[in-house]
Design a protein. Structure first.
Length: 587
C-alpha cells in the first residue's frame, strides 16, 4: 500500500489553503509557511539590503523553460515582488511540494555555485544553474543534492539535481525558483513555470545523453526522512526520497487508545510463533483503514526481541522492541494491515500488550522531524513525589497544528521503583512503571494539548524528555513498511563510538527510491558503561539531544524519527556500544 501523497480531496484543500495564505500577506506567509527570504541568492544565500532588493525586481521577459523545475504533485501562485521582512521582496516563485520530490535541471547548463545550509542562511541548500549565455536559475531550500554533482558539473534538461526540502528560512517543504536573464537581475519566473505547468506530473522525465552518467530513477513514488535519536546529551542524521500517488487513506488520525491484544502472562506469546491479531472493527478503529500506529509494551523472563509486522510475509529479521527481564519495555511502531490484521512475533516467551493510538484516514496529520530537549530536570530541579511539571509547546518547537509528539523519555536515578505519568495536560496520560536503576528509557508517541505535556512521578526522580518528531498538519506523510534491517555494528567488528558512522537507508518494493524522512528502530546493546546514541542527518551538526540510552550491560530499542541526507543518516555514541538499525517507515 502506498500512502505517500495527498488524496484529490486533500490536494484541493491544500491548494485552496495555500492560495489563502498568499493572499493574507507576507506576515502570515512567514509565520505559517516560512517561505520568506527570497531575495537572497545574489548575496550568497543571505539577506540583502532593501534598496538592492527592490531595485532587482523588474518585470523582464518571459524565459521559456525546457523542463518544469520540480516533480509533481505541487502548487504555486504568483508572489513575485511580495514584501518580505527586513525590507526585502520576493524574487522567485515558490513551488509547494512534498519533501523529497525530485528537483530537475530546467535547461542544459553548468552548476556554477552551490549553497550549503548553515545558521542564518535564508536559502539553505541550493544550486545556481547557468546557461551558455549567462542566464542562470537559482534553486533554494533543497533537502539534499543528487549524488555525484559538484560545482562545474554539466547537467542536461530533466536531470535530477536535488530534492525538495525546507532548509534555510523555510517552514514548509517547497522549491524556491528564480530566473536571472543574462546573469542580471531577477525577473518574475511565474509565467515561465505556468507555461509548462507540470504540477500533476509525477513521472520522471527522460534525460538524453546524461553527461555525468547520472542514473534517472524509474520509480519516484515516495519520500522519506530520518530523524535524530535522543538520550541525555546527543543527536543523529537525515535522508531524502521522492513521493508518490496514494489512496485516500493518506494521513495519520489519532484516536482514543484501543487495546487490541493484552497477553498478561509472561508466556502469552510463545517464542517463534507468529500471532495474528484482528484490528479493524474494534471500537474506535475504522473498518477501512489500511494501517495503524500502535504502542507496544512487553515483559519477559528471558531477554529477547518483539517484532510487530504486516501479516503478508514471514516475520522479518528486525526488532520493534528489545525486552529485558524485570521492567516492562515500551515502544511504538506503525504497521500496514493485511485483511484488517497485524502480526506479532517474538524470539522469547513474552507478555505483550498492543494498543492502537492512531490510524490511516483521509484527514489527519503527518510527521515532522525535530531535535529538541524539551525537559531536563537535572537542570530545572528533580521531580517531587506527585508534583506535576508542565512542558510547554515552545519547549518542543510545536506548531499550532501539532497533535502529538514522538519522544524518548529517560528516567535518571530514581529514589526507588515507581510510575511516571506523562501526556497531554488535562488529558489521559501514559503511565509507565520504571525500576530503580541509574538509567531507564523508552519511546512513546504522546498526544499534546494547547498547554503542552504534563509529567509527574510517584517517586522523586530526574526525567529527560527528548522530542524527535511532531505529528502536525504541516508534517510529511510517512508510510508504514515491513521492518527492514539496515545496519548491525556487530557485523562490522567495531562498536559505534564518538566518531560518526554513516548509514545508507535502502528502500523496499513500493517504497521511495531515496528516503527523505524515516522512522527507524534503533536497538542499543550497552557495554560495560552503557551509552547514549545520537541519530541525525549527516549534513547537520550532531545534536545535543540523544534519542536512545541504556545502562551498563543493558539493551533497549527506540523508535526515532529523522530526516536524511540523500538517504543517509549518521549515528554516534558517547560510549562504545553495538547498534542495530531497522527501518519501519518512510516519507
Amino acid at each position: 500500500m502506498v500512502v505517500g501523497a495527498y488524496s484529490s480531496k486533500m490536494r484541493a484543500h491544500s491548494a485552496r489553503r495555500m492560495q489563502r495564505l498568499h493572499v493574507c500577506g507576507a506576515g502570515v506567509i512567514a509565520l505559517v509557511m516560512t517561505v520568506a527570504g527570497l531575495a537572497f541568492e545574489p548575496n550568497g544565500g543571505r539577506a540583502v539590503s532593501a534598496a538592492a532588493t527592490t531595485s532587482s525586481v523588474i518585470p523582464g521577459p518571459v524565459v521559456p523553460l525546457a523542463q518544469f523545475p520540480v516533480q509533481g504533485r505541487c502548487t504555486f501562485t504568483d508572489t513575485y515582488g511580495a514584501p518580505r521582512s527586513g525590507g526585502r521582496v520576493h524574487e522567485g516563485v515558490d513551488l509547494i511540494a512534498k519533501s523529497g520530490q525530485y528537483v530537475y535541471a530546467v535547461e542544459d547548463g553548468v552548476l556554477t555555485k552551490q549553497f550549503l545550509d548553515s545558521p542564518g542562511s535564508l536559502s539553505g541548500n541550493g544550486w545556481r544553474l547557468t546557461m551558455p549565455d549567462g542566464t542562470y536559475f537559482f534553486y533554494a531550500h533543497l533537502s539534499g543534492f543528487a549524488a555525484g554533482l559538484t560545482v562545474g558539473t554539466k547537467v542536461l534538461t530533466g536531470q535530477i539535481i536535488g530534492y525538495v526540502g525546507m532548509t534555510g528560512d523555510a517552514g514548509t517543504p517547497h522549491l524556491h525558483f528564480e530566473i536571472h536573464p543574462g546573469g542580471g537581475a531577477s525577473i518574475n519566473p511565474t509565467p515561465s513555470v505556468k507555461a509548462i505547468d507540470a504540477c500533476n506530473v509525477t513521472a520522471v522525465p527522460a534525460v538524453g545523453g546524461n553527461p555525468n552518467n547520472a542514473t534517472t530513477p524509474t520509480d519516484p513514488s515516495t519520500t522519506q526522512v530520518t530523524t535524530p535519536a535522543t538520550n541525555p546529551g546527543s543527536s543523529s542524521p537525515t535522508t531524502t526520497v521522492a513521493p508518490s500517488e496514494s489512496p485516500a487513506t493518506d494521513r495519520w488520525q489519532f484516536i482514543e487508545p484501543v487495546v487490541v491484544y493484552n497477553g498478561a502472562s509472561l508466556s502469552s506469546v510463545a517464542a517463534g510463533v507468529t500471532k495474528k491479531i484482528k484490528v479493524v472493527g474494534t471500537a474506535g478503529i475504522s473498518t477501512t483503514t489500511g494501517g495503524v500506529l500502535v504502542r507496544v509494551s512487553s515483559s519477559v523472563s528471558k531477554a529477547g526481541s518483539v517484532v510487530v509486522h504486516a501479516c503478508s510475509d514471514a516475520a522479518p529479521i528486525a526488532t520493534t522492541l528489545f525486552v529485558e527481564p524485570g521492567a516492562m519495555a515500551i515502544g511504538v511502531t506503525q504497521v500496514t494491515l493485511v485483511d484488517g490484521a497485524l502480526c506479532l512475533t517474538t524470539n522469547t516467551a513474552a507478555s505483550v500488550k498492543i494498543t492502537v493510538i492512531g490510524q490511516l484516514a483521509p484527514v489527519g496529520v503527518g510527521l515532522f522531524p525535530v531535535s529538541a530537549r524539551a525537559l531536563d530536570t537535572r537542570d530545572s530541579g528533580r521531580l517531587a513525589v506527585n508534583v506535576p511539571v508542565t512542558i510547554t509547546p515552545a519547549a518542543y518547537h510545536a506548531t499550532g497544528n501539532t497533535k502529538a509528539v514522538t519522544a524518548t523519555i529517560t528516567i535518571v536515578n530514581p529514589a526507588g521503583g515507581g510510575t511516571l505519568s506523562i501526556g497531554p495536560c488535562g488529558g489521559t496520560p501514559l503511565k509507565a512503571p520504571f525500576p530503580k536503576m541509574a538509567y531507564w528509557a523508552f519511546t512513546a508517541v504522546l498526544m499534546t494539548s494547547s498547554t503542552g505535556l504534563c509529567a509527574s512521578s510517584t517517586v522523586a526522580v530526574d526525567v529527560v524528555v527528548d522530542v524527535d518528531g511532531l505529528w502536525t498538519g504541516e508534517g510529511q506523510m510517512v508510510q508504514p513498511a515491513q521492518p527492514l534491517r539496515e545496519f548491525d555494528s556487530r557485523t562490522t567488528g567495531a562498536p559505534v563510538g564518538a566518531t560518526p558512522i554513516r548509514v545508507a537507508l535502502g528502500g523496499w518494493d513500493g517504497g521511495p527510491s531515496v528516503i527523505a524522512t524515516a522512522v527507524v528502530d534503533v536497538t542499543i546493546l550497552g557495554g560495560a558503561g552503557g551509552g547514549s546514541v545520537f541519530v541525525w542527518s549527516c549534513e547537520k551538526a550532531q545534536p545535543a539531544a540523544a534519542f536512545g540510552v541504556v545502562g551498563p550491560n543493558k539493551r533497549g530499542t527506540f523508535a526515532i524519527t529523522t530526516a536524511t541526507t540523500n538517504g543517509t543518516i549518521c549515528i554516534a555514541a558517547n560510549h562504545p556500544v553495538d547498534v542495530i538499525i531497522d527501518i519501519s517507515g518512510a516519507g
